[in-house]
Design a protein around this ligand. Sequence first.
Ligand code: HEC
Length: 167
Amino acid sequence: MNAARLALFGCGAVLMGALAAKANAGNALLASPIYGVTIPEGYRSWQLIAPAQEAPPLDELRATLGNRIAIRAYEKGKLPFPDGTVLVKLAWKHTPSPEFAPASIPGAATTVQVMVKDSRRYAATGGWGFGRFVNGKPVDEAQHQTCWSCHQSRASAHDFVFTRYAP
Ligand code: HEC
């Protein structure tokens, strides 16, 4: 490699470094407070674990999806869920179908919620990191303080995960 090429290569490396740093700074803004959880890439095409519904006033339709590690753990009935498990819960306003009112359809998206299993990083919260996002942005710290206490007190018999695999 001659000197000119080497200089060019050096500049490229610096530029790449700067771009990577910028991407990370962007991620920090999109990470949940307390836990640093982000919305996982490609989650929308993950496999369905189960749908759910919440009564008014929230009045939502929901679906929990899992990555491959999560699905394998469900198939094997493996508890606790292994590190690398990621669960994503989607939620929408419960809306009557415009074509046939007794049927329900998902209306506006309300939240995307994420749980990530990393038993070391999240040792203080049962191995789970939590993130709640509205329009792709994490909600405030106060809301994130509620996640662990509810999952801990009500779902401890199932590794702090409510959702069971729907038949
Ligand atoms: C008051 C109780 C309560 C609180 C607080 C709560 N959850 Fe949940 N969560 C549930 C219930 C119940 C389910 C089961 C699915 C459903 O009914 O929507 C659930 C399901 C989930 C799931 C799917 C996996 C599972 O456990 O079934 C994720 C992901 C999740 N919650 C994330 C969060 C995050 C992030 C927060 C905090 C911002 C949070 N939850 C706060 C009760 C709670």
